[in-house]
Structure formats: C-alpha cells, structure tokens
Design a protein around this ligand. Structure first.
Ligand SMILES: Cc1cc2nc3c(=O)[nH]c(=O)nc-3n(C[C@H](O)[C@H](O)[C@H](O)COP(=O)(O)OP(=O)(O)OC[C@H]3O[C@@H](n4cnc5c(N)ncnc54)[C@H](O)[C@@H]3O)c2cc1C
Length: 232
C-alpha cells in the first residue's frame, strides 16, 4: 500500500515532481531514489497568509510499483437496435444519463429543445449584441445545459451523497485536464467545455444513441399510469 500523507509545501515544491519527491523522502526518512512515485490525490491553495502555501494529499509509492492510471471510456457496445429510452434535455443530467444508458445496453434518444453547443454561440451573441432572446437557445437552454457558457467550475454537493470521481474521470476521458481529479475546486474552463460536450454527444451517436436538437417536449403521454411517450 502506498503511504498517504497530508502535507503543506511551497508552490514551487508542489509544481516540481523532483522537489516534491525530495520533500517527501525527508518526511518518511528515506532517500529520494528509493521513492518510485509521488501521486497527488488532492490539491488546494492556502493564500490566507503573505506566503502562499499548497496543501497536498499525496500517495507515496515507496516499496511498491506505481501504475499510471489512464482514464479510458467504458467499453461501450452498439445499442442502435436495443430498447429505446427517451431522455429529455441534453444538459449534464441528460448527457450523463444517455452515456449510462449505453453502458446498460439501452438506446438513449435525447430530445433537446435548443441547438447544438456550437450553434448556441450565435444565439448568445444575439442576446449580447442585439438583445434578442431565442426562447429555446440561450444561456440556459441548448446542448450542454445551463452552465455551459459560464466559467466551468464544477460545483457539487454530491460529496455528501456519493462518489463524484467517476463523473470527473469521464470528463477527463472526454478531454478535460487531469488536474480536475485532484483540485479541491475543479475547473474545466469555458473554452474547453463546448468541445467536451460535443465529444460526449459524438460518443452517444457513435454507439447507436440519438440526439435530436430543436425538439421541445411539450407533454408526456401517460396511459394506465405508465409513460407511453412524449409530445414534441
Ligand atoms: C448562468 C449559470 C451559470 C452556471 N455556472 C455554473 C458553474 O460555473 N459551475 C457549475 O457547476 N454549475 C453552474 N451552473 C449550474 C449548472 O448549470 C446546473 O447545475 C446544471 O446545468 C444542471 O444540469 P441539468 O442537466 O440538471 O439541467 P440543465 O443544465 O438546465 O439542462 C436541461 C436541458 O434540458 C433542455 N430542456 C429544457 N426543457 C426542455 C423541453 N421541454 N424539451 C427538451 N429539452 C428541454 C434545456 O435546453 C437544457 O439543455 C450555472 C447555472 C447558470 C444558470
């Protein structure tokens, strides 16, 4: 088992693997060359004092082999001929639900009232420049959902409810920086989010799901207490 340590270091030590290894070696009273790897598990910055420090939770691989963890997508299988499930909305909930459905061998059909994430940009421009709001494609509606064109900090209260690591790993597999796995306040960045969302949609389609834009659900059809379908 690697040794887990909670440490506070100067920013340059946190940034340079060699300095970090030397620092950790001193702490566990060994030689740096005897440490195989220092993996950062969590990182946060303490800027309350004049001298900024970095808090790190690290796993020190001293006597054991370190295997690099490459975040890959699940082994999705083609679901194009499988049972269909309608997903309303291509926000984060809808996109992750669609991917989960594919993992479970079901075919997601995502119905999104707005436009795809790139087309949406034009409607945002129209809001800012001409003060014209498209009621189906704006800052809240459209592929990627409400936060897509904000600054992409990942806020969640789910820590109390369950493990969010899997979601972060999927974001990395779809193109987010690996830093989000260790930062105390993970931040994807507005510039990267649209590409990640596009990659998610392409994966859904590649494995047999469907994503339909400009498709607003106006009613849910219920018969004998069972959902039969939706009206668009
Ligand atoms: C301005 C703003 C900035 C934000 N910034 C951040 C941030 O930086 N970090 C962060 O973590 N969170 C942020 N949030 C919160 C975050 O966006 C939401 O928590 C998240 O989007 C919720 O995801 P969701 O999939 O549940 O819903 P939504 O994102 O609202 O997605 C719902 C989707 O359904 C579609 N839809 C709605 N009605 C219909 C219909 N009748 N038929 C078909 N499709 C429909 C919508 O177009 C939308 O794409 C921000 C929210 C706003 C409004």
């Amino acid at each position: 088992m690697p040794i887990e340590l909670q440490i506070q270091v100067m920013p340059e030590v946190a940034a340079k693997p060699q300095l970090l290894t030397e620092h950790v070696a001193r702490l566990i009273k060994t030689k740096p060359e005897e440490i195989r790897h220092v993996a950062i598990i969590k990182r946060s910055i303490d800027a309350r004092q004049k001298s900024v420090k970095v808090n790190l939770k690290v796993a020190v691989y001293h006597n054991e082999e370190y295997q690099e963890n490459k975040f890959r997508l699940p082994d999705y299988k083609d679901v194009s001929n499988n049972k269909e499930v309608i997903v309303i909305g291509a926000g984060p909930a809808g996109l992750f639900a669609a991917l989960q459905l594919i993992e479970l061998g079901l075919k997601p059909i995502v119905l999104e009232r707005g436009k795809d994430v790139q087309e949406r940009r034009r409607d945002l421009k129209a809001i800012n420049r001409d003060h014209i709001v498209n009621e189906d494609s704006n800052y809240c509606y459209g592929e990627g959902g409400a936060g897509t064109y904000s600054d992409g900090k990942l806020y969640t209260r789910s820590k109390k409810r369950g493990d969010v690591d899997r979601i972060l790993e999927l974001f990395v597999a779809f193109g987010a920086a690996e830093d989000i796995l260790v930062e105390a306040h993970p931040h994807i960045g507005t510039n990267k989010l649209p590409k990640i969302i596009k990659a998610m949609r392409e994966k859904i389609i590649e494995f047999g799901g469907q994503v339909l834009f400009d498709t607003r659900v106006t009613d849910i059809l219920v018969k004998n207490n069972e959902v039969q379908g939706v009206v668009t």
